[in-house]
Design a protein around this ligand. Structure first.
Ligand SMILES: Nc1nc2c(c(=O)[nH]1)N[C@H]1C(S)=C(S)[C@@H](COP(=O)(O)O)O[C@H]1N2
Ligand SMILES: [Mo]
Length: 265
């Protein structure tokens, strides 16, 4: 006799209870507290960022301090990863652009540079004036390197001038150079940068007065500009009016607008 189709159901151990209510309740409970804990944590995170103090607006863009700490931590990693005396690649001078690109006119529109002298701030009440001729008496360092702008271009160009470290030794600034930063600004204060001391003392950092073997043009920052191959173009201040030392971050034009203070390469 063939089994009727219904017969096979007789063999199944049919459970009359549709599901285990206890188990479901427990799972619902666990997933609910997990969700609430997650939401609480997210809310707490948002609140603490929202209520955290704003950083000092002078040196940076006035971001929330907790967010800036993350950026600074990244910056520190970067600083640690870049050895202070790691040299930027240099190129034969013939590879340098004959007419190097120009970018950025802030603080250099004033063409009256005849009476220029570098203001070297040695203390609150002592500023030494240094002429270009005095600087030219120091050993000249020149090299071609790939200049890099954050706007997305780079170009090999050839620069000449005095190593910042030679300048420090010549003018007896070793004590001042134990501070953490050097600050510089244009004669009209419209463009300004802060440089960490290890980068300033790097052997390729120049107080530069020549480009392509010629005296700097006003547009390239005459009479004296900063050339710092280990950093982006934004830090290569044209037309240095004043130079000073500080243990606090000097005001920095682009850092105030949210760019990375270190801006290293
Ligand atoms: N005084 C001053 N320096 C400045 C700038 C500026 O606007 N003003 N721009 C910076 C930027 S963004 C770059 S890329 C380089 C460009 O230098 P260059 O014009 O000699 O190519 O100068 C830097 N130094
Ligand atoms: Mo730039």
């Amino acid at each position: 006799m063939k089994n009727k189709p219904e017969d096979k159901f007789d063999k199944l151990p049919l459970n009359t209870e549709p599901y285990d209510k206890k188990k479901i309740n427990r799972r619902t409970f666990l997933s609910s507290i997990t969700f609430l804990a997650g939401a609480g944590l997210a809310y707490w995170g948002w609140e603490s960022v929202y209520h955290s103090a704003r950083e000092i607006a002078t040196a940076t863009a006035g971001a929330k301090s907790s967010l800036r700490r993350v950026l600074d931590a990244n910056g520190c990693l970067f600083e640690g990863a870049v050895k202070p005396n790691h040299l930027s690649r240099t190129y034969p001078k013939v590879m340098a652009a004959k007419k190097p690109r120009l970018n950025g006119k802030l603080g250099i529109t004033d063409k009256n540079i005849e009476s220029w002298a570098l203001n070297l701030v040695k203390s609150a009440n002592e500023t030494q004036q240094i002429t270009l001729n005095e600087l030219k008496k120091l050993p000249k360092t020149e090299f071609a390197f790939e200049f890099k702008c954050v706007e997305g271009w780079s170009q090999i160009s050839h620069w000449g001038g005095v190593k910042f470290s030679d300048f420090v030794h010549h003018f007896g600034l070793q004590e001042l150079a134990k501070m953490e930063y050097v600050g510089m600004h244009t004669p009209d204060n419209k463009y300004y940068v802060g440089i960490d001391m290890p980068s300033a003392l790097h052997p390729q950092t120049l107080l530069c007065y020549e480009v392509s073997g010629q005296p700097l043009s006003p547009e390239h920052g005459a009479p004296l500009r900063l050339i710092i191959p280990t950093k982006y173009g934004i830090k290569n201040l044209k037309r240095i009016g004043t130079l000073y030392f500080s243990n606090q971050r000097p005001p920095d034009y682009w850092a105030e607008r949210g760019y990375d203070y270190f801006s290293g390469l």
